[in-house]
Design a protein. Structure first.
Length: 190
């Protein structure tokens, strides 16, 4: 019988604007601490940039000091492939990744170019190799060869990624961020 591995995933997380806020109850913190690894979808860039992109929907951002809420929640990593990671252009993406890494928070699903955005997050937990892949739908958020952003979802690429990662890992976990802004039903390819 193998040893249990407890991984916590949470959905869209946007820290409050005020860093003096207390957002976790004692009961929730107890749950968030009781894990081997935890990851949340950071649904906003952490940047001081004021250069936003033109897009449908609101542009989100929080100060890099908001990383304290990720740390206080005992999160080990953040998923960044979502529809808001590029709200403040390349600088917002790079600032977010740098802020996370400087605070020992792992990232997956975004990068300063498409090659970096596609990189899986590799973990070794209790002797088990785990790969986390993070994708999102293609909106205003997607990285390319000369642009920072999110890892785009493509069915064939995702299939090949999972197949490749499965050959080298005990577990492969796919985290998908879907749904287009202001579209109330999914596209047929989903």
């Amino acid at each position: 019988m193998s040893e249990e591995i407890k991984i916590i995933f949470t959905g869209d997380f946007i820290p409050p604007n005020k860093t003096d806020s207390q957002i976790y109850s004692d009961e929730l913190l107890k749950l968030l601490k009781d894990k081997d690894f935890s990851i949340t979808n950071l649904e906003t860039p952490l940047t001081d940039s004021n250069v936003s992109i033109t897009k449908t929907g609101r542009n989100f951002k929080r100060s890099p000091s908001s990383i304290k809420f990720i740390k206080e929640g005992h999160f080990d990593a953040v998923c960044l492939s979502n529809n808001h990671i590029r709200d403040y252009d390349d600088q917002g993406v790079v600032d977010t990744i740098d802020t996370c890494h400087k605070n020992n928070i792992k990232t997956v699903g975004a990068g300063k170019n498409l090659s970096e955005a596609k990189l899986p997050l590799h973990l070794n937990i209790k002797g088990k190799q785990i790969s986390i892949l993070n994708y999102s739908e293609k909106e205003f958020n997607i990285a390319d060869n000369g642009k920072a952003g999110a890892n785009p979802f493509d069915l064939i690429d995702a299939y090949n990624d999972v197949k490749r990662e499965r050959e080298k890992n005990d577990y492969v976990i796919v985290v998908y961020h879907g749904g287009l802004e202001y579209h109330h039903i999914p596209y047929p390819y989903i």
